[in-house]
Ligand binder design. Structure first.
Ligand code: HEC
Length: 241
């Protein structure tokens, strides 16, 4: 009986050792044998994860206290030409396909009387109750991405300088009572992004590679330190049963 147990122990030790060798070999192959990219994403994903953590990869929101006072209102009016088929910005503030935009900067999100907002815009209002400069900047850059389910059928204004001029123009139309903040050094080029300064989307993007690069991380762990190899071996008998 005890001899049998002894035999089992020896067998288990032998199997465990064999398993560790196999796992280690697979790990070493994965590390050094990179030409046939069975999963070409590995190298790119690691690079992305590194880039995501770097300050250079994070696009800062504009420093409104600096850019608004010097913004080109005439250029903003020209950009607004892309909006006039659906919006007006007159004091009468009539709704068209889209809500009247007189005084929209600093106005309540989905807050213009008499306009039937989409459910997506109403849900957005619960999270972002005011059209702040930052909210307008992100929404107008890519409406459908920033406000999921919006019925504003507009692709967005990609160029940051055009969006800034447009927002300055909107501010001049019924929103001059909404204050321009003081200049914020943490938003100026070269500043280390303050906690919370990064917009939501880049944070998500930075998190994604961490999840998908899990196999890449597991490989160095197996070869790097004995502890994970033991853990892997400990799992194996359970799997074999
Ligand atoms: C094709 C029509 C269309 C165009 C073009 C368009 N919009 Fe809109 N816009 C809408 C609609 C419709 C809504 C309501 C969205 C909702 O309820 O989801 C809206 C909503 C908005 C809101 C939110 C207003 C509020 O009261 O909450 C802002 C701000 C806005 N648009 C600005 C602009 C600007 C600036 C432009 C031009 C760069 C523009 N839109 C171009 C149709 C349009």
């Amino acid at each position: 009986m005890s001899g049998n147990l002894q035999f089992n122990k020896i067998m288990a030790a032998g199997l465990t050792a064999a398993l560790v060798i196999v796992v280690a070999r697979v790990g070493v192959d994965a590390l050094y044998h990179t030409e046939p990219p069975a999963k070409p994403g590995y190298a790119v994903e690691v690079a992305e994860a590194e880039a995501g953590g770097g300050a250079a990869a994070v696009e800062l929101d504009p420093d409104w206290g600096t850019v608004l006072p010097t913004a080109d209102l005439a250029a903003g009016e020209k950009v607004f030409g892309k909006c006039v088929s659906c919006h007006n910005v007159d004091p009468a503030n009539a709704n068209m396909t889209g809500p009247g935009l007189w005084g929209v900067v600093g106005r309540a999100t989905a807050g213009h009387a008499g306009f039937a907002y989409s459910d997506g815009m109403k849900a957005h209002a619960a999270e972002a109750p005011t059209w702040t400069y930052d909210q307008l900047y992100h929404f107008l850059g890519n409406p459908a991405k920033w406000v999921k389910g919006t019925k504003m059928g507009f692709a967005g204004i990609k160029k940051p300088e055009e969006r800034i001029a447009l927002i300055a123009y909107l501010h001049s139309k019924g929103s001059t009572g909404y204050p321009i903040p003081a200049p914020d050094p943490s938003r100026q080029p070269g500043a280390a992004p303050a906690a919370g300064a990064a917009p939501a989307q880049p944070a998500e993007a930075a998190a994604a590679p961490a999840v998908s690069s899990a196999p890449a991380k597991a490989v160095p762990a197996v070869t790097g330190s004995p502890a994970p190899a033991q853990a892997a071996a400990a799992e194996a008998p359970a799997a074999a049963q």
